[in-house]
Design a protein around this ligand. Structure first.
Ligand code: NAD
Length: 359
């Protein structure tokens, strides 16, 4: 029987509560699908600072590197907000992404049918269904390029440099095309090639890699048009491939379409494919310890892990279907509306498990 080793970084705030529910769901799914999972817990963020003095202990990096994949809750909270920048919990997050060489960030934006009302977009704009995957380059571009300040003719100025190499573009493009092959086989590459030289190289390289994927329909869109199209006609998109800065902005815009922060999963992938999976929301200190957090984003992160790192697409589909089904019956307070049963974090986890067991 196939056995997977998962590094578990519960983190701070609601992190432990939501991760426990995701593990519960993964165990039930594994039993149903005939594989086993072993968990190796490690510290990250505020809890790591309290226990070891640093947000990312070496032991955590070693455990993640030794695992088939990593599941993360969330880090941070007011207790650590006064620490200097280099010692803050969020530093641990950036550190683990760098240590694992995670250069691709995958953020799905989808609408679950029963939550259609939560979207700020009108139903006729959303159309039949909405399921977009933003693939964002994570370790290059203007956030990492040369920057500085200077004085020109007695006037203060500053600059940041957008720079991409061909290998950097090739590897993120391949992630995007591989994903498109597992989805609806459409990829839209976003750039600003009418103005930026770096975008022209981006487009040339994506076009060349695209020839390796003749089944994928490749299109291009300028970033300003894409920002507009996301709220005008979002269902036209399948995979959106972007640079670091464009993806930062567009993935937040796309995720808002779904209307609920407690529902959104994400993945970060590197060369090894093992990846780091986490909800997009933070540690929600305002509701921590009350058993009212929505665990579905973390549960859906596990579904992504099964599909993109563990090679268990059927198990992944099972979880996604169970989540869609429970939304017709029960709701945590953040997505509650009249007519449904209001449930706690643990009850939501139980409800998803029950759906999977009944499949
Ligand atoms: P947040 O996402 O934690 O919370 C924003 C709002 O959404 C809060 O009202 C919260 O209660 C609610 N919310 C978030 N997740 C929820 C869930 N699963 N169920 C129900 N409600 C949920 O963002 P914030 O308040 O800006 O940040 C809080 C802390 O989290 C800060 O320390 C911040 O640095 C950290 N943070 C961590 C990550 C991460 O670990 N990846 C990401 C963002 C913020």
């Amino acid at each position: 029987m196939k056995n997977y080793k998962i590094a578990v970084l519960k983190g701070d705030g609601i992190g432990p509560e939501i991760v426990d529910e995701a593990i519960k769901v993964l165990n039930v799914t594994a039993e149903k699908c005939g594989f086993t999972v072993e968990y190796d817990e490690a510290l990250l963020g505020g809890c790591a600072i309290d226990a070891t003095g640093v947000p990312l202990p070496d032991e955590t990096v070693a455990k993640c590197k030794a695992a088939d994949s990593t599941l993360l809750g969330a880090v941070g909270g007011p207790k650590w907000d006064t620490l200097p920048g280099s010692q803050r919990p969020e530093k641990g997050l950036l550190g683990i992404r760098a240590a694992l060489g995670l250069f691709a960030n995958l953020r799905p934006a989808r609408i679950f049918e029963p939550l259609r009302e939560a979207s700020p977009l009108r139903a006729d704009i959303i159309g039949g269904s909405l399921d977009i995957m933003v693939v964002r380059e994570l370790t290059g571009g203007i956030y990492f390029g040369e920057r500085g300040r200077l004085e020109e003719n007695g006037v203060q100025a500053a600059y940041d440099t957008e720079k991409y190499s061909v290998p950097e573009i090739e590897r993120i493009a391949r992630i995007g095309f591989d994903l498109a092959m597992k989805r609806n086989k459409r990829l839209c590459s976003v750039d600003k090639a009418n103005v930026l030289e770096s975008s022209r190289l981006w487009r040339e390289t994506v076009t060349r890699i695209g020839r390796e994927y003749p089944e994928v329909e490749l299109s291009y869109m300028y970033v300003d048009n894409c920002a507009m199209q996301l709220v005008r006609n979002p269902s036209q998109f399948d995979v959106l491939l972007t640079s670091n800065i464009f993806g930062d902005i567009l993935s937040d815009e796309a995720s808002m379409i779904s209307g609920s922060i407690g529902m959104l999963a994400s993945a970060s992938l590197g060369a090894t494919g093992s990846g780091l999976y986490e909800p997009i929301h933070g540690s929600a200190p305002d509701i921590a310890g009350q058993n009212i957090a929505n665990p579905l984003a973390t549960i859906l992160s596990v579904a992504m892990m099964l599909k993109y790192s563990l090679g268990q697409p059927e198990a992944s589909d099972m979880i996604e279907k169970a989540v869609a089904d429970v939304l017709n019956e029960v709701r945590t307070p953040d997505i509650y509306v009249e007519g449904f049963q209001k449930v706690s974090c643990t009850e939501m986890g139980d409800a998803v498990c029950a759906k999977i067991k009944a499949m």
